[in-house]
Write a protein that binds this ligand. Structure first.
Ligand SMILES: Cc1cc2nc3c(=O)[nH]c(=O)nc-3n(C[C@H](O)[C@H](O)[C@H](O)COP(=O)(O)OP(=O)(O)OC[C@H]3O[C@@H](n4cnc5c(N)ncnc54)[C@H](O)[C@@H]3O)c2cc1C
Ligand code: FES
Length: 288
């Protein structure tokens, strides 16, 4: 984790109220992994004390740039839209634990609900670089909210669902899962809590429904990996990226906890934001 200065290179509204900004931040562009986030300070000191967390959307190590993709929902995100190329800001990062892809996984299913695309976008780049096949299932309310395919690598299969049927499948993105879950070696999701909960339920019953083996079966019956360890997450079929409200983002304030299935509270900023889906107590009512 570093505190780095970043200079805005480009800012554009790619969808109504959604912005893609690229920053020159070479020290972040080289050390970051998919699933991690940055905590960004606004320059508006009239009450905006807390930094704002954003997923690292893409990185380009050769040019030293990183991008963030955000929706304007309040004063902090609105403030960022007024920045102009050349403006400096500071970013704390990379923060949190990244997605863990099993080396044996060839087919990755990425599932994004709305802005959740920003949480999994970087993973598509990493996976393609590593020679894997990637399908992204993307859900939005309507066609006007659909993430442009032109912003995705050509190698990705991109499948869209809209609630109102104005583009792609008419219905929830979770309804697309049955057509892909047998193909997928692992799945990675980011989006609304209700979507993540539905996916976690599907993942929990996947083995019985599809008759598939768990990743790691061939390694024998040794001691199971500890829940929350990198090894356990790497073998999980479904990993989810959580977006709780945050205060410090470095593990100190406990403002971001969710309840774990072990009965232990988990800090999204430190133990997450990526978790194996079976680490989270989904029915625990820990919501925002
Ligand atoms: C690890 C992590 C990664 C994130 N990545 C992204 C991203 O890539 N793109 C993006 O657009 N947003 C992302 N978010 C959410 C983003 O941080 C908030 O939308 C932002 O901080 C809101 O700031 P604000 O001052 O504009 O809004 P505020 O004035 O603080 O709040 C306005 C509204 O936004 C809601 N809100 C605030 N924080 C969150 C949150 N963390 N999650 C959901 N709703 C929230 C509030 O409930 C309120 O209704 C991420 C959050 C986390 C924890
Ligand atoms: S935001 Fe402070 S502990 Fe996570």
């Amino acid at each position: 984790m570093r505190l780095v200065g970043a200079e805005l290179l480009e800012s554009r509204e790619i969808l109504p109220g959604q912005w893609l900004q690229s920053y020159h931040a070479p020290r972040l562009a080289t050390g970051s992994r998919a699933g991690q986030f940055v905590h960004v300070r606004t320059g508006d000191l009239s009450g905006l004390v807390l930094r704002r967390p954003f997923s690292i959307n893409t990185v380009d190590a050769s040019s030293g740039t990183i991008t963030i993709h955000f929706r304007t929902v309040g004063r902090g995100t609105e403030w960022f839209t007024h920045l102009r190329p050349g403006d400096p800001i500071d970013m704390l990062g990379p923060l949190g634990r990244p997605f863990e892809v099993d080396p044996r996984s060839q087919h990755l299913l990425l599932i994004a609900g709305g802005l959740g695309i920003a949480g999994v976008r970087f993973l598509a780049d990493e996976a393609i670089r590593d020679g894997r096949q990637v399908t992204i299932l993307f859900g939005a309310a309507s066609a006007r909210d659909v993430y442009p395919s032109s912003l995705l690598p050509d190698e990705v299969e991109y499948v869209v669902a809209t609630d109102d049927g104005s583009m792609g499948h008419h219905g929830y993105v979770t309804e697309l899962i049955p057509a892909y879950e047998a193909w997928a070696d692992q799945a990675f999701a980011c989006g609304p809590e209700s979507m993540l909960r539905a996916l976690a339920r599907l993942a929990a019953t996947r083995r019985g429904r599809l008759g598939v083996a768990k990743l790691g079966r061939k390694r024998g019956a040794g001691r199971p990996d500890a829940a929350g360890s990198t090894a356990a997450r790497r073998k999980a079929f479904l990993q989810v990226s959580m977006e709780q409200r945050m205060g410090c983002a470095v593990g100190a304030c406990l403002g971001c906890v969710v309840m774990g299935t072990s009965g232990t509270p988990l800090r999204v900023c430190r133990e997450g934001p990526v978790f194996a889906s079976d680490e989270i107590e989904w029915e625990g009512g820990w919501g925002r």
